[in-house]
Design a protein around this ligand. Structure first.
Ligand code: NAD
Length: 494
């Protein structure tokens, strides 16, 4: 059995305590064991990061940028290998994993602009002989705790900007698909980044809780489910850390009666079932407004059988398995209970599950779903698309705004005025207009509202730079050299 290592101070380090199994979700077989760090191992990684901080934070911006460019080139040259590692432990199909790596690389490209991003402000002659200017300085050791569903992209959301800003980083990846983090750490080292700047400790709640309490960690970035995000935010801030904690989601796609039904159905299928619904920006609920419902449901149902379900390394497959047996079973359970709750199962994914022990389930579409049903109230995180029928735009808006989550939302319409009104009215952090998965490009920032974000800073982009630095304002006075006791040759003209 392959044993996965931690990565501390630029080298792999064996675990010493408990372990957890890592599976190939397409076969259901265990492929590796990942160590679960105890307190001492987390402390070791933090100590390495703390030792590396003084030299790294003093490394010139041009040198940091050069290393980031090299890291970007190495990632680019290893796209396929990294995507294959992601696919083998997460289950997503290779084309999707390639997309994940591409979005991760965009964050490194953004971070390559760090000399420009860290420029401060300067006010000359704020008072007589007085200038005022601002600096942004790194925080110290910062930590990132990441979820299973984007094992390459989400770490790159965090660590590219964190180290570009001059911080050192301790990464705690998901124990379900930990290998991508090690490949990234190796590429960072090969890019010339000094040992100790990026460290990886695997683990579960024990490691996370040590990170949240560790006195030498200044800030924590978290992405994962809402209950854990809330815990991370509350515990981290109680321990005087800066925390950004992104939580779960229940993303709606509102389809107005004037929408292009074919376009909306294509979008619902790709955004609902891509990555087997295990994206934080996946469409989970289609809200059909007024007369559009029957035609829209028919168009979606017609497309679903075309989604080819299979192992991630099958080039023909469009949707892979779920990451664990438990998540697969949860999707099956909600479909199982849907009819009893009064919903109508239009396409039953349980009938379209590939043979074998992999954690597969086919795509399901359930119509006439309503708040109060498990299918609506829970984050399912699987290939189950719910349809809620409402009469009016206002009903749709109320539904979305009453939902406790506020990560992503989309509206499909041909009416620019309606879309403009929606983008203003809706209480959600990321809005798509005829775009089902509106993940912001790397030079904007990513974050939801309500139970999808704890803290006030979104991730990556300008807000990422803000999160990983603290501001300082200098007010300086230099007397006019003409008044110097030593004659410096300046005329007294001021
Ligand atoms: P998770 O919350 O189970 O795990 C996330 C991280 O927290 C992992 O590193 C895990 O080891 C750790 N963890 C788990 N339980 C813990 C506990 N009790 N105490 C301390 N740490 C704990 O999330 P997941 O299942 O890996 O990922 C899926 C979830 O992440 C979904 O809810 C999804 O919506 C969310 N997500 C959100 C975003 C976003 O941008 N808002 C992005 C990706 C994923």
């Amino acid at each position: 059995m392959r044993t996965i290592a931690h990565w501390i101070n630029g080298a792999p380090v064996e675990g010493s305590g408990g372990t957890a199994p890592v599976y190939n979700p397409a076969t259901g077989e265990q492929t590796a064991e990942v160590p679960l760090a105890d307190v001492a191992q987390v402390d070791w990684a933090v100590a390495a990061a703390k030792t590396a901080f003084p030299v790294w934070s003093a490394t010139p911006l041009s040198a940091r940028a050069e290393m980031l460019f090299r890291f970007r080139e190495l990632l680019d040259g290893n796209r396929k290998e990294l995507a294959a590692v992601v696919s083998s432990e997460h289950g997503k199909v290779l084309s999707d994993a390639m997309g994940e790596v591409a979005r991760g690389i965009e964050n490194v490209e953004f971070a390559c602009g760090i000399p420009n991003l860290l420029k401060g402000d300067f006010s000359e002659q704020a008072a007589s002989g007085v200038d005022v200017y601002s600096l942004r300085q790194p925080l110290g050791v910062v930590a990132g705790i990441t979820p299973f569903n984007f094992p390459a992209m989400v770490p790159l959301w965090m660590l590219a900007n964190a180290i570009a800003c001059g911080n050192t980083f301790v990464h705690k990846p998901s124990e379900k698909d930990p290998s991508a983090s090690l490949m990234i750490a190796d590429l960072v080292k090969r890019a010339g980044v000094p040992d100790g700047v990026l460290n990886v400790v695997h683990g579960d709640a024990v490691a996370v809780n040590r990170i949240l309490e560790h006195p030498d960690i200044a800030a924590v970035s978290f992405v994962g489910s809402t209950p854990v995000a809330r815990h991370v935010y509350e515990t981290g801030t109680r321990n005087h850390k800066r925390v950004q904690a992104l939580g779960g989601a229940k993303n709606h796609m509102v389809v107005l009666p004037d929408a292009d039904i074919g376009m909306a159905a294509d979008a619902a299928v790709s955004a609902g079932f891509g990555s087997a619904g295990q994206r934080c920006m996946a469409i989970s609920v289609v809200v059909a407004v007024g007369a559009v419902a029957d035609d829209l449901v028919a168009a979606i149902a017609e497309r679903v059988p075309n989604v080819r379900v299979g192992p991630g390394d099958d080039p023909e497959a469009e949707m892979g398995p779920l990451v664990t047996r438990e998540l697969r079973d949860r999707s099956a359970d909600v479909v199982n209970g849907a009819a009893a709750e009064g919903a109508t199962v239009v396409v039953d994914g349980r009938d379209r599950t590939p043979e074998g022990d992999g954690f597969f389930i086919g795509c399901s579409v359930v119509d006439h779903v309503q708040p109060g049903m498990r299918l609506y109230d829970e984050e399912i995180f699987g290939p189950v698309l719910s349809i809620v029928r409402v009469d009016t735009y206002d009903d749709a808006l109320r539904l979305v705004n009453d939902n406790p989550y506020g990560n992503g939302v989309a509206i499909f319409t041909r009416d620019g005025g309606a879309a403009r009104r929606f983008q203003s009215d809706v209480q959600v952090g990321m809005v798509g207009v005829n775009v089902p998965i509106p993940v912001p490009v790397s030079y904007y920032s990513f974050g939801g509202w309500k139970a999808s974000l704890f803290g006030d800073t979104h991730m990556y982009g300008p807000e990422g730079i803000h999160f990983y630095t603290r501001g300082k304002v200098v007010t300086s006075r230099w007397p006019d050299p003409a008044t110097s006791e030593v004659d410096l040759g300046f005329p007294q003209h001021r």
